[in-house]
Design a protein around this ligand. Structure first.
Ligand SMILES: [Zn+2]
Length: 301
């Protein structure tokens, strides 16, 4: 994204370091992602969106060879460099590969430590640090390629998953549950007309205890009724108290609690099948500790 941008490579380094220091990394099975196929991306995105991004990326490389700038802006917060196209394909590919592995029974659940994130990417638009909607692609992929009839998408990032909503709204096979700080970036989202969306706007400074109550009252009954055969998680950790990109008050224990509730639903209805993908989380220390809490519950270690 360029110098000084919060969506930086050090985010993944911080997670890696934490896995190393705590020894948690030794308890996990690690896999490398492969690039997503364009045909699979088209399950969630317009062909035109993919072509436009591809064109932008190719032009950037040509311009760079001619001595031009190293970044191309997509929106005021979002730019791509010469590696972005490949990285975005790998991020979506990770979610797809994880879906295949979980569906094959090789893994009960998986966490994809990916950049760029995905939940702001709309069907035909890149924005908010996101290019392809990794979670929406994987959810659509599970329905289309594995023949599932019902899945759930859970988004606990501090920002509204407007891209995911854009892609899944009205698709009754997908139940989307989220909470997000509101009013906040991006605009919109407080009204969720489609019946398959349980999107809960909450004010700044909302604490974990209040979030837990909302989840128990609003998410869990809908998830129970939907009986998802697989659960996809937009795992953003920027609702953490120490994260300055949001103003919410969650802490590591809240992420552990959320993960356990998701896991309980998955165990009851989905043979435990969960694919979780990193979204936001910009305070490096809080991000690493929160991911650890999330993974300890997923992996039961
Ligand atoms: Zn976010």
């Amino acid at each position: 994204m360029g110098q000084g941008h919060p969506e930086c490579p050090e985010r993944l380094d911080a997670i890696e370091d934490r896995l190393l220091i705590t020894g948690l990394g030794d308890a996990l099975e690690r896999r490398e992602a492969t690039a997503a196929a364009l045909a699979d991306l088209e399950l969630a995105h317009d062909r035109l969106h993919l072509a436009a991004l591809r064109g932008l990326s190719d032009n950037l490389r040509d311009d760079m060879l001619a001595g031009g700038p190293s970044h191309a802006m997509v929106d005021p917060d979002t730019s791509l460099n010469e590696h972005t196209w490949d990285a975005a394909l790998m991020a979506a590919g990770a979610a797809i590969d994880a879906t295949d592995a979980v569906m094959a029974g090789e893994l009960e659940n998986a966490f994809c430590a990916v950049r760029p994130p995905g939940h702001h990417a709309m069907r035909n638009r890149a924005m908010g640090f996101c290019f392809f909607n990794n979670v929406a692609v994987a959810a659509k992929y599970a329905l289309a390629r594995h023949g599932l009839r019902r899945v759930a998408v859970i988004d606990f990032d501090v920002h509204h998953g407007n891209g995911t909503e854009d892609i899944v709204a009205g698709d009754e096979r997908i139940l989307m549950c989220s909470f997000f700080q509101h009013p906040f970036y991006p605009e919109g989202g407080a009204r969720s007309d489609a019946p398959n969306l349980v999107n809960l706007p909450v004010p700044a400074y909302t604490r974990g205890m209040d979030v837990r109550e909302l989840v128990e009252m609003m998410w869990l009954p809908r998830l129970e009724a939907h009986r998802p055969q697989m659960i996809f998680v937009s795992a953003g950790f920027d609702a953490h108290r120490e994260d300055d990109l949001g103003q919410m008050g969650l802490v590591e224990q809240d992420y552990a609690w959320l993960t356990q509730r998701i896991k309980d639903v998955a165990r009851r209805h989905a043979k435990g099948r969960i694919v979780s993908c990193l979204e936001g989380g910009y305070n490096l220390s809080a991000l690493a500790r929160s991911v650890e809490a999330h993974l300890r519950v997923l992996a039961e270690v």
